[in-house]
Design a binder for this molecule. Structure first.
Ligand code: ATP
Ligand code: MG
Length: 237
């Protein structure tokens, strides 16, 4: 059973093919990391899975309904409070009882004590929590996060991943992109490697290590990031 599925997705921007027939699916409770160089198509794939951008060919299905989207750049109103931001988005999304949805999200993301604070004065970690809370407002079966840990200090990162892992533990499918290979290995139960719009690898972190080692044996005793770069190079990227 899959919670979200992309089949042969192609996306073009003018002459450029950002995605060249990418297929991918994830089941309930799966935690999937998408890695790959700048311009690989990570954001494009996530935004198509989120339904905010449509593919030029191929299709996307999310049988369980709502898909939550947490963009890299939080679209927050910096001069409003935490609560006002959430309320605004709950209204925009047409929630039946926006105030109740907001309470639920404040509770879930541990932002209750911060509800009255102006967003601009919050730390990056707490701003990221609001960003995630907005993505979760519709109680989606699938949550997509684009480079969620950028700019967070190690402790805030740890808190972010603890929260995300708990969501997955409760059955939410979580798909995130990152440039941090270690993070992808540690938190992604599965890793999808994209490069130049193509899917190069889809499997467990352990399988990725094996693939990297066999494809780039000369860098087997280097750190994994270096070996991964060699692997990409061997694959023509
Ligand atoms: N709105 C757009 N208009 C034109 N080209 C775009 C647009 N969005 C993305 N692209 C192009 O599509 C390709 C894939 O971009 P995308 O943002 O998905 O990559 P990415 O893997 O997320 O990269 P990064 O790691 O830098 O975030 C790139 O070549 C990019 O220039
Ligand atoms: Mg991106």
């Amino acid at each position: 059973m899959s919670a979200v599925r992309a089949t042969d997705v192609v996306k073009r921007f003018g002459e450029r093919e950002a995605l060249r027939g990418v297929s991918f699916e994830a089941g309930p409770g799966e935690l999937v990391a998408i890695i790959g160089p700048n311009g690989a198509g990570k954001t494009t794939l996530l935004s198509i899975l989120a339904g905010i951008s449509s593919p030029d060919a191929g299709g996307v299905e999310a049988p369980d309904g709502a898909v939550g989207w947490v963009p890299q750049q939080a679209a927050l109103y910096r001069r409003l409070t935490v609560e006002e931001n959430l309320l605004l988005f709950a209204r925009l999304e047409g929630h039946e009882d926006p105030a109740a949805s907001v309470e639920e999200m404040l509770e879930l993301t541990g932002l209750r004590e911060r509800r009255g604070e102006i967003v601009a004065r919050l730390s990056g970690g707490n701003q990221q929590r609001i960003n995630i809370a907005i993505g979760l407002l519709s109680r989606p079966a699938v949550l997509l996060l684009d480079e969620p840990s950028v700019g967070l200090d190690p402790r805030q990162r740890a808190r972010l991943w603890e929260f995300v892992a708990a969501l997955a533990g409760r059955g939410t499918t979580v798909i995130f992109s990152t440039h941090d290979i270690q993070e992808a290995e540690r938190y992604g139960g599965r890793v999808l490697v994209l490069a130049d719009g193509e899917s190069l690898f889809d499997g467990s972190a352990e399988e990725l290590r094996r693939a990297v080692r066999s494809e780039a044996p000369e860098s087997a005793d280097r750190d994994f990031e270096t070996a991964f770069v060699a692997y990409l190079q061997h694959r023509g990227h």
